[in-house]
Ligand binder design. Sequence first.
Ligand SMILES: O=C([O-])CC(=O)C(=O)O
Ligand SMILES: [Mg+2]
Length: 212
Amino acid sequence: MTNIEIHHAPEVLPKDWVERAKKLSTTLISDGMDTPVEMNHLIKPCNIDSVLVGAAVTIDVENGDNLAVHHAIYNSQPGHVLVVDANGYEQRAIIGELMVAAASALQLSGFVIDGLIRDYHTLSKASLPVFSRGAISGGPTKNGPGVLNQPITCGGLDVKPGDFVMGDADGVIVLSRDKVEEALAKAEEKAAYEDNRLEQIAAGNIRPKWLK
Ligand SMILES: O=C([O-])CC(=O)C(=O)O
Ligand SMILES: [Mg+2]
């Protein structure tokens, strides 16, 4: 018997959302939102080129313990992002190279850890997106307890199983699914505006119109 409480994994995101989001950025989506959608700014990608989009599998762990994260890897599927409320604990890493290799082999979408990772040199070049508060050599315990797929707090945001998660060089944002369609449409409009501004700047029309 395990002491990890396991609830059903959420549905993955519609392909259309993932494809559209990958052409945008966290900043463009953030610009269209009325309430904060950004996790704490210290949660950043190990590999600055990472772009992560997927549905949250939520994981609650004890300080420095990753037994629930091991369970989550084998209870998830392609399109899932493993989002770990690790309490910002700073004395042990929650995941390392081996877990990231396993998640990659299973084609999961990535990790967001409100805590630390290890094997930073490898993860800084890995193709699987990994977001965390930083790295430490000290490894996790594997004792539990823990909970999969119940609401958590991560990086200062409430995160529900199945929420839309996006991460890039500017950090991680989280949206509930009922907000995604409008958020993507607004971000697409903002992207068109910004493309136009860049063309104008390159053509020598440098000052924005709204600056009197
Ligand atoms: O073994 C663990 O649980 C964490 C770790 O070091 C790895 O994933 O390489
Ligand atoms: Mg290791």
